[in-house]
Design a protein around this ligand. Sequence first.
Ligand SMILES: Nc1nc2c(ncn2[C@@H]2O[C@H](COP(=O)(O)OP(=O)(O)OP(=O)(O)O)[C@@H](O)[C@H]2O)c(=O)[nH]1
Ligand SMILES: [Mg+2]
Ligand SMILES: [Zn+2]
Length: 357
Amino acid sequence: MNTLTQYGFTDPIDALFTLHFPPPPGARPARVIRTDRGRVLLADQDGLFHLDSDHLDSDCALVTGDWVAVAGGNPATGGHTVVGLLPRFSLLRRKRAHDPLSEAQLLGANIDLVGVVVPLDRPLSTNRLERTLVAARDSGALPVVILTKADLSTRFDDVVTETIDRARGVEVVTTSAEASDGLDELRGRIGPGQTMALLGPSGAGKSSLINALTGSSRQGTCQVRVGDGKGRHTTTARELVPLGDGAVVMDTPGVRGFALWDAEDGLTDIFTDVEELFPGCRFSDCAHDREPGCAVRSAIETGALAERRWQSYRKMERELAGLHRRQEAANRRHSTRSVRSARDSAKDYRNRFGEDE
Ligand SMILES: Nc1nc2c(ncn2[C@@H]2O[C@H](COP(=O)(O)OP(=O)(O)OP(=O)(O)O)[C@@H](O)[C@H]2O)c(=O)[nH]1
Ligand SMILES: [Mg+2]
Ligand SMILES: [Zn+2]
């Protein structure tokens, strides 16, 4: 198996490549394995190589998992150039923290499965779980919840039950890297040619799980802090790790929070039980607040919908609406600016060439 196949290259990707870069081939397929502060590691069929940053097309921001077309270069001298990017079939994004309106942060591309990692050595954060599930679903990938450190948990059953309840039909796999539990079950879910990204807080055991799956210690791991059980942000870059038969896992740095980015579809998918209630409200513009005949309120009263679940849906919905308002305002400012600059340059032209208004 060549290096590229180990990193998930399949016949459908090959066909897509030929479609976009028809013969005679001037370029060869490669995959982005790791991106780390502007340094990009790629794999082609002969092995791994770094891309010199000056060979990066500036308006093409590469993301771990991308399939690209590369031309030129050799292992000794480098000089590889990315000449094209294949369309991404999935894209995992989040809103950058502390930044009301920057671009989304791209976390990974061409991911089939997102393993939402929930450590059993601390209380369950339902907020984080639900947000990560929404973002995972929105990316176009299939989410799977992975419980880690099953050997440590004293409240094991409670957290497992609560997680299954909150995950709402998304599959839950329980693992322990330490005791080698649940590894075959997890491994069995990642088929050849598939990529699974692991997302979760620092210290959750993502890298340990990958080491357990590959039977190595290639991913650095570090103990969580005594006291608050927080991780130390050991993993610093998003990186693909091959599992041997063309199945791939992506290790990621632990994230503190998970702010959503344009994830309406993901929200609808993860909260179908909530949105299905809306057509049952008496008024089509029901705000589900105090209106008579509100299907949401009555589902909460009968216990069919948990108040907590409704509140978390509401919160994410409001957050996405707020983001949209800011995006639209920024777009308006942007378009006024470009109209103005077009006007200025027209004026400039007239001034120089003496045309009348
Ligand atoms: N008991 C036990 N400890 C584990 C298990 N998995 C991981 N740990 C420990 O948890 C700590 C953190 O594990 P990491 O794999 O570094 O966590 P991570 O999610 O990669 O963390 P970041 O890279 O910081 O995001 C390490 O001390 C591991 O030994 C497990 O299944 N059982
Ligand atoms: Mg790690
Ligand atoms: Zn209503």
